[in-house]
Ligand binder design. Structure first.
Ligand code: FE2
Length: 423
């Protein structure tokens, strides 16, 4: 036996359980496990969760904030322009270095699986090569899944489809797209068809930036659901952002939601980014822009929250903290009921794990010994406090530790230490 974690609260509500790990796998989950000879960690009735998973990120651009200049308007389109200015000066070494640095942050935050889009519109495929190298380097401690992303448009950029296929041949995992950025709605729809057919042929997953727009008529999600259903790709296709759904007509959405469900298409909202980039043409009231998270969930669609950006041309903040992402998602979606808050925690853990197709994820016998001990009693408290990741464990080995958050008070008649928890 390698490790036993005692007195764990689990995300599903089980309390005071012990978790035994041998050879990197969970071999027992039960109360009062009789185990001898293993090292032990007392979780002290803290929440012990499988690692956080980020289903939507851009690792090729991360930590490049201010290069070559700051996005002054803060808009999506100026962000794409700034990225276009930076691209010719990118080097593989710089991308690798920044990405590794971000992965260090991720591990410290208990984020051990990331799906990152990688721009393949540069004919050198520099970023794809760099992130494939990063994927190899971080594999012992972080699962990195890469999406071939035609940032400048599959049909709008002359070599994009060829480059996308080259990137897949190099080892990039997932087929990406950006239909709302093509020249016309018709070309957007055509790009969805081409990409889905290619992915189906290759047996690959699909994750498209889809309708990242305030235009209520941007309806590529309907086309994505249609082709996912037609090609039998249920469970392997994801629509990222889907912000136009925020602005769509309610009657149309009442037809669209069951179509998405029927097609087995998952949805990813990126609350930190959607709330800052959308509604930019509005005066007041300003639309939030995030997709219809609780309604999608109620229709039976898998919905994850993604970080999307961290210190890049589109977003000047971010630190790989999926509890911050869930916290923002919960607020923007007004999911303040107990069920809603629990669902927000699942949106940064088990739901994105399912979307990525991660195997052996969870706190069950047979799962990887990948766990995070949080300075919180339960998922809701974890989100409320953006709780410290006391210990991050990969394959039964502690790979990161953080101190519990507390303050020392100097107040007459009050305790000397306050830890922000109710229990
Ligand atoms: Fe994105």
């Amino acid at each position: 036996m390698q490790l036993v974690i005692r007195n764990a609260n689990l995300p599903d509500g089980r309390q005071g359980v012990d978790i035994a790990i041998a050879d990197g796998r969970i071999v027992a989950v039960d109360k009062n496990l009789a185990v001898h000879g293993a090292s032990e960690i007392d979780a002290r009735d803290n929440l012990v969760t499988p690692p956080f998973v980020d289903a939507h990120f851009h690792m090729d651009a991360t930590l490049s904030y201010g290069l070559p200049r700051v996005n002054q308007s803060g808009t999506l389109l100026e962000g794409i322009a700034v990225w276009g200015e930076l691209k010719p000066d990118l080097t593989q070494e710089a991308i690798v270095e920044r990405a590794l640095r971000y992965c260090d942050w991720a591990v410290g935050r208990g984020l051990l699986a990331i799906r990152s889009h990688v721009d393949i519109c540069d004919d050198r495929l520099l970023a794809a090569e760099a992130l494939l190298e990063v994927k190899k380097q971080v594999a012992p401690y972080l699962d990195l899944q890469l999406v071939a992303f035609p940032q400048d448009g599959l049909l709008r950029s002359a070599s994009a489809f060829t480059n996308l296929k080259r990137a897949i041949a190099m080892g990039v995992d997932v087929v990406g797209g950006i239909p709302h950025f093509e020249r016309t709605m018709a070309e957007g729809a055509e790009s969805v068809r081409l990409l889905c057919e290619y992915a189906a042929e290759q047996g690959l997953r699909v994750d498209m930036h889809c309708d990242e727009s305030d235009d209520p008529m941007s309806r590529h999600i309907e086309t994505l659901a249609f082709h996912s259903h037609r090609l039998g790709m249920q469970g392997r296709v994801t629509g990222s952002h889907l912000t136009s759904m925020h602005s769509m007509d309610n009657y149309y959405v009442s037809k669209l939601l069951p179509l998405i469900r029927e097609a087995g298409v998952a949805a990813i909202a990126n609350p930190l980014i959607n709330i800052t980039l959308q509604g930019r043409h509005d005066t007041y009231p300003k639309r939030r822009g995030m997709t219809r998270v609780p309604e999608l969930m109620a229709a039976g669609v898998d919905v994850a929250f993604g970080q999307d950006c961290a210190m890049d041309p589109w977003y000047s903040l971010g630190s790989g903290d999926m509890l911050e992402v869930a916290h923002m998602g919960l607020h923007v979606a007004q999911m303040t009921g107990q069920q809603g808050m629990q669902a927000c925690f699942r949106s940064v853990t088990e739901t994105p794990a399912r979307i990525l197709g991660l195997e052996h994820y969870g706190v069950e016998v047979g799962c990887h010994g990948d766990l995070v001990i949080l300075d919180a009693a339960n998922p809701v408290e974890a989100i409320r406090l953006r709780a410290a990741r006391l210990k991050v464990i990969r394959r039964g080995v502690v790979i990161s530790e953080s101190p519990a958050a507390h303050a020392h008070l100097s107040l007459p008649g009050r305790p000397e230490t306050v830890n922000f928890r109710l229990g």
